[in-house]
Design a protein around this ligand. Structure first.
Ligand code: 16G
Length: 242
């Protein structure tokens, strides 16, 4: 690698181009980027120049900082081609990312009034409350808290909950969700969420609150907190007529 000599284009801009080529051609998604010190020495620039170039690429989404670990080449931000009802497993497989799931907690509880109303069940009817961390491409992507009505899905709590819940609902209960109502909002990660998602506290999350139905019957009331640096949704929009 040649050192960067003074020239008309600022050094941080040229370094940015070099790092972009390095990340895409040599390193690839998930690879560690050399440290600030190493890059400064290699290109004979100041660490402030390196920080500026790396910071710009983090903002662009090409690189990502992993709290306490360093800087890595980011997996391409997931872009949903359309608004359709997909499971996490389907969604990530379509993007070529390996899916990992950690079950954080699974408890049978009586339904609160609010959950009962959303699921159209009686207050205090048993529900399974399932907390999972979802990984994509070996890195945390989302935390999900799903609430499932056990009156409609008897014995759900006894199944292996580390796979696709939609596959399980389809295969065991003939109740794969075919329609959902979903509201999207934004939050910042609190300390626990940040730790679980390997991001810094205060970083942005996309929050999806969904009630899912199978042939008109509610089978899931779920909140998903996705890392906003890793997940995006594409919406194709058409003008209203008239
Ligand atoms: C997605 C859904 C979530 C659903 C899960 C099922 C969004 C925003 N959320 O993460 O509501 O519970 O998929 O995935 O798309 P699974 O079948 O892989 O367990």
């Amino acid at each position: 690698m040649r050192p960067l000599r003074p020239g008309p284009v600022p050094k941080h801009r040229r370094l940015r181009e070099i790092l972009t080529a390095m990340a895409t051609d040599e390193l690839g998604p998930g690879a560690a980027v050399p440290s600030e010190r190493v890059l400064a020495e290699r290109f004979e620039v100041s660490r402030a120049t390196v920080r500026e170039a790396v910071g710009a690429l983090v903002n662009e989404g090409l690189l990502e900082r992993v709290h306490g670990k360093g800087t890595f080449v980011a997996a391409p931000a997931a872009v949903d081609a359309a608004l359709h009802l997909a499971s996490f497993t389907q969604d990530m497989i379509r993007r070529g990312l390996a899916v990992g799931t950690e079950v954080l907690a699974a408890e049978v509880e009586p339904a609160s009034a609010e959950r009962a109303q959303r699921l159209r069940i009686d207050v205090d009817a048993p529900v399974l409350v399932l907390w999972r961390r979802r990984d994509a491409g070996g890195q945390p992507m989302a935390i999900e808290r799903g609430v499932y009505p056990l009156g409609r899905l008897p014995g759900l709590e006894a199944h292996d909950l580390a796979g696709s819940i939609y596959d399980l609902l389809g295969q065991r209960y003939d109740a794969r969700p075919d329609r959902a109502e979903q509201v999207v909002s934004a939050e910042v990660a609190d300390n626990d969420q940040a730790r679980m998602l390997a991001i810094g506290p205060g970083e942005p999350l996309l929050v999806f609150a969904r009630t899912s139905f199978a042939r008109g019957v509610a089978v899931e009331d779920v909140v998903s907190w996705y890392r906003a640096d890793r997940y995006r949704i594409h919406m194709g929009l058409t003008a209203e007529r008239g």
